[in-house]
Design a protein around this ligand. Structure first.
Ligand code: GAR
Length: 189
């Protein structure tokens, strides 16, 4: 199974997923795509020898450039690893139940437009939640709305800040995201 990673940010998850599948004969990370030319994720791709593509917001909406690249690389499943744009319908139709996202909170709470990265953690801390975590889910046409594949939780206390929560969430992401992708692929194969 050939997978592509989409990312907009520093790419710590891209790095981690690439490392996880490096020694896997069944699952290959064959492409990294980003809407940001300076995304750290692209450096991780370069260092690992994984081909990459950058695209503008308008190019993504029409999806042709992206779809051609995915076809060229024979991509069978897409993983959004810190990707901030809404996925166009044409791409969702091309990959039914084969686009996975990671969200840094326990959906359906703290999701939706504008809810990414530290914004999510600010909202969770402001709401004085006792728990947060990560949700790994399928992508549909709405933000953070597709079927849940797995959730993992962390406890919060009164001393937690958005930054300390981000750290707890990052630990969960690093230990569970690649394994959950792998388990999902083995299930649908
Ligand atoms: C991750 O925490 C991921 O869950 C989040 O962006 C961060 C990217 O970090 N995704 C979203 O907020 C999607 N709504 P990274 O660039 O270091 O992998």
């Amino acid at each position: 199974m050939n997978i592509a990673l989409f990312a907009s940010g520093t790419g710590s998850n891209v790095y981690n997923v690439i490392q996880h599948f490096k020694s896997n004969d069944l699952i290959n990370v064959v492409a990294v795509l980003s809407n940001k030319a300076d995304a750290g994720a692209l450096n991780h791709a370069k260092n690992a020898g994984v081909p990459s593509l950058t695209f503008g917001i308008k190019e993504f909406a029409s999806a042709i450039k992206v779809e051609e690249f995915l076809a060229e690389k024979k991509v069978e499943l897409i993983v959004l690893a810190g990707f901030l744009l809404k996925v166009p319908k044409s791409l969702i139709d091309l990959y039914p139940n084969k686009i996975i996202n990671i969200h840094p909170a326990l959906l359906p709470n703290f999701g939706g437009k504008g809810m990414y990265g530290i914004n999510v953690h600010n909202a969770v801390i402001a709401a004085k939640e006792k728990k947060s975590g990560i949700t790994i889910h399928l992508v549909n046409e709405k933000y953070d709305d597709g079927a849940t594949i797995a959730q993992f939780e962390c406890d919060l206390n009164e001393h937690d800040t958005p930054q300390s929560l981000a750290q707890k969430v990052s630990v969960l992401e690093k230990s569970h995201f690649p394994k959950t992708i792998e388990a999902y692929i083995l299930k649908i194969k």
